[in-house]
Design a protein around this ligand. Structure first.
Ligand SMILES: [Zn+2]
Length: 266
């Protein structure tokens, strides 16, 4: 599932793929966004915003995509065979030198660039954890003001954008935090450290073919995510899992390393 690190990498790839060349062909899915309006326009900027991708064009139009669970962007040379069926394409942008194709994304919309800041799904987005200018302590204060558990708060894109279920679970495990502890009780100091760890895990995975979260371990190794019933890498206790929140998402944790209550960090 695409999280902030994936969108960050896609944005960089899209900048290179589309470059400064005008769009010569564009289409959305039948009955969907009228991407034909982009023909003749050049890309001004590509911005990852949490799990959303915004492509601003000359002429004041912005293409907004969200990949959901199954969406992806591919790049091809003109005439090259696509790796997914053409009827799954929901956005096609072609220049004289390259073709960018978005498959199976649930959100594809073309809007006026000046309307982006009023867009309900985007205007509500919290600071992007991969943006180096994001003030982590400020975000930590927002999380601490939330009435839910730290695990639920960390996944709320309105509080902080870019964290999905894999990195939420892994960051909590890396920081040895009880996922069920109320964010307010975790406190600003430990929340700031949690956000710094989450950002560092996200950043280290930008451009990597598999997600790795355990320092020094093999590529693809994880602390807890999808490891229910297997031994904790630190203490050997079996990893537990539970479905939590609305909509429900699976939490994974070590009941010993991430035990409730105060404990010394190690
Ligand atoms: Zn453990």
């Amino acid at each position: 599932m695409p999280e902030g690190d994936t969108i960050f990498r896609i944005a960089a790839t899209m900048r290179r793929t589309l470059g400064d060349d005008p769009i010569v062909h564009a289409r959305g899915r039948p009955g969907g966004a009228q991407l034909e309006r982009l023909v003749g326009c050049r890309v001004l900027r590509v911005t990852p915003q949490g799990k959303h991708l915004l492509i601003d064009f000359e002429g004041g139009l912005t293409l907004h995509t969200h990949l959901g669970m199954l969406g992806s962007w591919h790049r091809y040379r003109p005439g090259e065979r696509w790796r997914r069926p053409a009827d799954e394409a929901v956005a096609v942008l072609e220049t004289g030198r390259a073709v960018a194709v978005c498959f199976a994304a649930p959100t594809v919309e073309l809007m006026e660039t000046r309307a982006v800041r009023l867009h309900p799904g985007l205007a509500e987005l919290g600071p992007d954890l991969l943006d180096p200018t994001t003030d982590l302590e400020l975000v930590a204060r927002r999380l601490a003001g939330d009435g839910r558990s730290v695990a639920e708060a960390l996944l709320d894109q309105r509080l902080v954008a870019g964290v999905g279920n894999v990195y939420r679970n892994e960051a909590l495990a890396a920081c040895r935090l009880d996922p069920f502890e109320p964010a307010a009780e975790v406190g600003v100091e430990r929340l700031t450290a949690l956000l710094a760890t989450t950002a560092s895990i996200l950043r280290s995975n930008v451009g990597q073919p598999v997600r790795s979260t355990v320092p020094g371990a093999r590529a693809g190794e994880r602390w807890v995510y999808r490891r229910a019933g297997r031994p904790c890498r630190r203490c050997g206790t079996l990893i537990r899992s539970a479905s939590v929140g609305r909509p429900p998402r699976t939490l994974y944790w070590c009941p010993r390393c991430q035990a409730p209550g105060p404990r010394s960090a190690a």
